[in-house]
Design a binder for this molecule. Structure first.
Ligand code: KIV
Ligand code: ZN
Length: 389
């Protein structure tokens, strides 16, 4: 593969906003779109314009203010949807219509009561409609994860011939294992004769906790776009998390892949999305969770204090996190306790720390976390013991 640039397609404002409770108004959507552009996202999926007048307005306003990123609008394989998306995107510098249809037999039979032949025709038709309005047309084969590879290759070849510039292979239900998803991408590369005319995109859901692994497997097998969201938000268990895939590619740069994301903005943007959507980030979330750079066990704290790299593969400042934290709990050791006392201005020798540590454990067994105020009390009573003896 010639170039290792991986395009980041952010769908926080579309798939992410579908999460119950995460609905945004136009002003909030514009604010987040500007932050995503500043972060370095290549494509912003701004919404689903036919879904409501409010979302139409949001996509329209975002199309007006965004200057560098491509602005994308979702549609079904329905003429009216596509026309509405085109109308909303009219002012965009780089508009993209994202259109498509379900290609797995589950979708073809249960959802559409249709046949593979009919779905193939509808797929071709929707791409042709969209190409009447914009240069960049992305086709999604919904539930591609469970679609028969041979049929999927037929559909993908036909939509590229019809003018699709990006082909999205969604694992809509989060079903695939990483090697299966990677093999699907490799199958398309090896069996779709015109695949070099389009970018392959990964859109993975997290129902089995594999969205990030599947997206990376897709890239390793030839995909060059990842669809993802800030904090991994998205339908049901969520989508691939932007911060995770970006940092995986950065950490493993020797593989030859890179993105244009400014990683120092990852934590600030994560907080902005969490606050605006009123959706807390789980503490142990990779890269952006409040515990992502916290060390609480004695063994880890001792190693970390000797050399941060013993227990941290990413420097917190590289992703805009507040900094590493040594949390004092009943599992902490003497090194961490001495370190924290030192930070508070108390210099104790090894014997002092041995005495203080016994006091510390009594407090720690009563509380979840020992705070600076607890240490100040311990220091004062320790001084009192020293003075009176
Ligand atoms: O998960 C999915 O298949 C989607 C498509 C609409 C791209 O979100
Ligand atoms: Zn999705």
């Amino acid at each position: 593969m010639a170039d290792g640039k991986v395009d980041i397609f952010d769908t926080t404002l579309r798939d992410g906003e579908q999460v119950p409770g995460c609905k945004l108004n136009t002003k909030e959507k514009i604010q987040l779109a500007l932050a995503l552009e500043e972060l370095g996202v290549d494509i912003i999926e701004a919404g689903f314009p036919i879904s409501s007048p409010g979302d139409f307005e949001s996509v329209k306003q975002i199309a007006k203010v965004i200057k560098k990123s491509t602005v994308c609008g979702l549609s079904r394989a329905v003429q009216k949807d596509i026309e509405t998306a085109a109308e909303a995107l009219k002012s965009a510098r780089r508009p993209r219509i994202h259109t498509g249809i379900g290609t797995s037999d589950y979708h073809i039979r249960a959802k559409f009561n249709s046949t593979r032949e009919d779905i193939l025709e509808r797929a071709i038709q929707c791409v042709k409609w969209a190409r009447n309005f914009v240069e960049e047309v992305e086709f999604y084969a919904e539930d591609a994860g469970r679609t028969d590879n041979e049929y999927l290759a037929t559909v993908i070849e036909a939509v590229i011939k019809a003018g699709a510039t990006v082909v999205n292979i969604p694992d809509t239900t989060g079903y695939c294992l990483p090697h299966q998803y990677g093999e699907k991408i490799a199958y398309l590369i090896n069996n779709v004769p015109n695949i070099d005319k389009a970018v392959i995109s990964c859109h993975c859901h997290n129902d089995l906790g594999l969205a990030t692994a599947n997206s990376i497997s897709g890239v390793l097998n030839g995909a060059r776009q990842i669809e993802c969201t800030i904090n991994g938000l998205g339908e049901r268990a969520g989508n691939t998390s932007l911060e995770e895939v970006v940092m995986i590619l950065k950490q493993h740069h020797s593989l030859g892949y890179y993105t244009h994301i400014k990683t120092r903005q990852l934590n600030p943007v994560s907080r902005l999305v969490s606050d605006t959507m009123r959706m807390p980030v789980q503490a142990n979330k990779a890269i952006v969770g409040s515990n992502a750079f916290s060390h609480s066990s004695g063994i880890h704290q001792d190693g970390f204090l000797k050399d941060a790299q013993t227990y941290e593969i990413i420097a917190p400042e590289e992703v805009g996190a507040d900094g590493s934290k040594i949390v004092l709990t009943a599992r902490s050791g003497r090194s961490a306790l001495a370190h924290r006392f030192q930070k508070l201005g108390y210099q104790y020798n090894r014997n002092d720390i041995d005495v203080l540590y016994l006091e510390f454990l009594k407090v720690a067994d009563r509380k979840k976390e020992v705070e600076d105020a607890d240490l100040e009390i311990m220091a004062k009573s320790f001084d009192a013991i020293i003075i009176t003896t």
